[in-house]
Design a protein around this ligand. Structure first.
Ligand code: CP
Ligand code: NVA
Length: 306
């Protein structure tokens, strides 16, 4: 089946997820062997970012460059989506210039509206409620580490945010057991829980409020900042609520000895995770960041039908 857009993992089948991962593995192996083929020569990727980025912007630009294409970066302020011109007009016009558009924005509704009006594929490069490219790179990292994703226990310690939601979807699509460990009131919102229940009939979405119990026998411990971009005004309150959820050596001891630590980065060292763990032997955060590049190469090829 054709994959038209990549806006949220709710739309992805397990079959698509596995195919994308297999393609990413193959492209990574070719890349590592020094075989870079210009299969996207002449193709242009647009990037519209309304929030800051290091990994997502650079890995997308590098991904299209390594496959022979080129990227055009647009700052949100310059485009003025919904201010300088309507989102629909922007979508129709940008479709005349680029072959695929990745967007980082606040509301998921903006991404969905772009997808409705664009005639080129739209990729979610992070919204307030989803970070699907991150989650797919994360399951690639987990697969590389354990040779499978199915049956593993993946525990996200922190806020039920964009990264956590996409991770819950990606890991469940591939048959892992997902647990969210958060303070009360920071679980996934009702609409996400409902969507998850409809998408994965009978699969429980497990919430824990005791981080040590949550992490017990985990294969993967994952964390992210307590206050996401756009929530800076809540940072002080969140620091208090999330303090017992810091990932440190004591918490990691509850996981399996073979467990790995993942973090989408950027990290706030000394808040959600301590440096000893982030830089320690169980951390895979740098290969995880590298995998953004390889997954996104696979995604661009798939969306462009190559
Ligand atoms: N993990 C991630 O998306 O990083 P950036 O915000 O730097 O793109
Ligand atoms: N949850 C974080 C992820 C950054 C990559 C945020 O949205 O700011």
């Amino acid at each position: 089946m054709k994959l038209c857009h990549f806006t949220d993992l709710f739309d992805l089948s397990s079959h698509d997820a596995r195919n994308l991962l297999a393609r990413a593995v193959a492209l990574k192996a070719e890349d590592r062997a020094g075989h870079r083929t210009a299969i996207l020569q002449g193709r242009t990727l647009g990037l519209l970012f309304e929030k800051p980025s290091l990994r997502t912007r650079v890995s997308f630009e590098a991904a299209i460059a390594r496959l022979g294409g080129s990227a055009i970066f647009l700052r949100g302020k310059d485009v003025g989506l919904g201010v300088r011109e309507s989102t629909a007009d922007f979508a129709r016009v940008i479709s005349q210039y680029v072959d695929v558009l990745a967007v980082r924005t606040f509301s998921q509704r903006t991404i969905d509206e772009l997808a409705r009006h664009a005639s080129v594929p739209i990729v979610n490069a992070l919204s307030d409620t989803a970070h699907p490219c991150q989650a797919m790179a994360d399951v690639l990292t987990i697969h590389e580490e354990f040779g499978r994703v199915e049956g593993l226990k993946v525990v996200f310690v922190g806020d039920g945010n964009n990264v956590a939601r996409s991770l819950a979807l990606a890991t469940t699509l591939l048959g892992a057991k997902f647990v969210l460990a958060s303070p009360r009131g920071y679980e996934f919102p009702g609409d996400f829980q409902l969507g998850f229940a409809e998408r994965f009939l009978g699969v429980p979405l497990v919430f824990e409020h005791d981080p040590a119990r949550a992490v017990d026998a985990a294969d993967v411990v994952y964390t992210d900042v307590w206050a996401s971009m756009g929530q800076e005004h809540e940072a002080e309150d969140r620091r208090r609520s999330f303090a017992p959820f810091q990932v440190d050596a004591a918490l990691m001891k509850h996981a399996k000895p073979s467990a790995i630590l993942l973090h989408c980065l950027p990290a706030r060292r000394g808040e959600e995770v301590v440096s000893d763990v982030l830089d320690g032997p169980q951390s895979r955060v740098i290969p995880q960041a590298a995998n953004r590049l390889h997954f996104q190469k696979a995604l661009l090829c798939r969306l462009l039908g190559v």
